[in-house]
Design a protein around this ligand. Structure first.
Ligand code: NAD
Length: 496
């Protein structure tokens, strides 16, 4: 059997909510999961509602005391087992994601290696998540970290394996239990994860409830027994989730959109140009541009503009836009028709307000009738256009010419988002000074997407609140409790 036939035959016909380590029967309405490129029907998924959220939260709440009491070693062992089994199942799971969302197999394979890395990282981090203590008069001060309880977590569709790992791993490592809502466009691999979780974690520690954002997502964020919310998605929905959290005065962490600058200085050596062009192409086109981190605004210095652009266009035109089930680096299709119309509308806007230098067309791909495939698209523009300011979430790069350093820094920061950024220079001082001045949670120097395990990942401004990927994330999933211990009872104030 091929990986594709193994993946297809492993899918359930219908997926209900995964609660208490079991899949509920989907007795109510379902919606179909279809392959983004071919349109092939893959499975039915329960359109869960507030009742399912009640059940899932009750299960997570019941599991919490024992999971909180479990030793960090026990929690770490579960996370490592999950990492092992995901690694073994990668060839199947990556095919499921490629079918579901239309991204190439080479990309979904990378997703799973990053996801595995996250489970392992937080397994290790759980063992070193220490509080602190010191002697005080007649005793000791102890400060310890305690999990919140039930965490309500909501993720988007673009990189389902990584998103699930970024939410589940730190939450359960810190001793919380979880109710996770996958995106309606990409629920299959997260629900398949449930099948693996059932053999490893105690019932109720991780629950997965699929369905629509405004229905099941809203029920989860409003639930009175949810003690912490974590959301990844658009800034618009992030605001709604933040309101839900503030209504109940519970902590909310948010990973939201981006419109990241990638800055090329004039001192780059000519021998480095091809490698930098490749980084810029990868940074803007990876994930078909459907990445919050994508480097979608290229600030290119005047002195090297023409030569760099010539090589950049050649690099963009070399990308194969083909069936995502093919091997090797490629651009597949966008996740959905809705996303296709969104990208098309921005390309239409760009044609009016900027100068199109390559791409701009939707492509037909044989055997992929349902897919929204686009050529890698590059516009020359200024920083104040809509295509340079708004998150397109598609294979569209805006190139902005610069020669005045202060204006370039002003423009790079002059956007509502502040997630990532890239700098290419051979001058260490330029690199570090610029890194200090960029309003972004990630600055990558002479590289893009440098996601080393433990490297904090989070946004400034409207890109979010909090940091994932790193040890600090465990603090986001715990409150700090102070305990003072006296070795004897001394009189207080009134006795004197
Ligand atoms: P989205 O905000 O529309 O949806 C994200 C999730 O929120 C989905 O699961 C959806 O069902 C749910 N949702 C929708 N309405 C809801 C509501 N009222 N209450 C509760 N949940 C609700 O985002 P999208 O279009 O799926 O994803 C694209 C966006 O996600 C982009 O803006 C992108 O930048 C962002 N994103 C950010 C990161 C990051 O880590 N910063 C990563 C990936 C994607």
């Amino acid at each position: 059997m091929t990986d594709t036939s193994i993946a297809k035959s492993s899918l359930s016909e219908v997926y209900g909510a995964f609660i208490d380590n079991e899949f509920r029967s989907a007795s109510r309405t379902t919606f179909p999961a279809r392959a983004a490129a071919s349109g092939e029907y893959l499975a039915d998924i329960a359109r869960c509602d507030a009742n399912d959220i009640d059940d899932a939260v009750a299960s997570a709440k019941a599991a919490f005391p024992a999971w909180k009491a479990a030793t960090p070693e026990d929690r770490a062992a579960c996370l490592n087992k999950l990492a092992d089994v995901i690694e073994r199942e990668t060839s199947r799971l990556m095919v499921i994601d490629t079918m579901d969302i239309g991204r190439g197999l080479w990309e979904t394979e990378i997703d799973y290696s990053l996801a595995v890395q996250q489970y392992r990282y937080f397994a290790a981090a759980a063992l070193t998540h220490e509080g602190f203590g010191r002697p005080i008069a007649d005793g000791y001060l102890l400060a310890k970290r305690e999990p919140y309880g039930v965490c309500g977590q909501i993720i988007p569709w673009n990189v389902p394996a990584i998103m699930a790992a970024l939410k589940i791993a730190p939450a359960v490592a810190a001793g919380n239990t979880v109710v996770l809502k996958p995106d309606e466009n990409a629920s299959l691999s997260t629900l398949e994860l449930g099948k693996l979780i059932a053999d490893i974690f105690p019932p109720g520690v991780i629950n997965i409830v699929p369905g629509m954002g405004e229905e099941v997502g809203a029920s989860l964020t409003a639930h009175p027994d949810v003690a912490k919310l974590a959301f990844t998605g658009s800034s618009e929905v992030g605001r709604i989730v933040s309101h839900a959290g503030s209504n109940r005065l519970i902590p909310v962490s948010l990973e939201l959109g981006g419109k990241s600058p990638n800055i090329i200085f004039p001192d780059i050596g000519t021998s480095d140009i091809d490698a930098i062009v490749d980084n810029v192409t990868f940074g803007s086109m990876y994930c078909n541009g459907q990445s919050c981190l994508a480097g979608t605004r290229l600030f290119l210095h005047d002195a090297i503009y023409d030569e760099f652009m010539q090589r950049l266009l050649a690099s963009m035109q070399r990308i194969r836009v083909i069936d995502p089930m093919s091997q090797g680096p490629l651009l597949g299709c966008l996740v959905s028709e809705k996303q296709g119309h969104r990208v098309q509308s921005y390309i239409d806007i760009g044609r009016k307000e900027a100068s199109l230098v390559t791409g701009g067309n939707r492509i037909e791909v044989s055997g992929c009738a349902a897919g929204w495939f686009f050529e890698p698209t590059v516009f020359e523009t200024s920083n104040d256009t809509r295509i340079a300011q708004e998150e397109i979430f598609g294979p569209v790069l805006s190139v902005i010419r610069w020669n005045d350093y202060e204006k370039m820094i002003h423009d790079a920061n002059n956007v509502r988002y502040g997630l990532a950024s890239g700098i290419y220079t051979n001058n260490l001082k330029s690199a570090l000074d610029t890194a200090d001045r960029l309003q972004a949670g990630n600055v990558w120097i002479n590289n893009y997407f440098n996601l080393a395990a433990g490297s904090p990942f989070g946004g400034f401004k409207e890109s979010g609140i909090g940091s994932e990927f790193c040890h600090e994330t465990l603090n986001m999933y715990t409150h700090l409790k102070a305990i003072t211990v006296q070795t004897q009872v001394n009189p207080a104030w009134y006795a004197t």
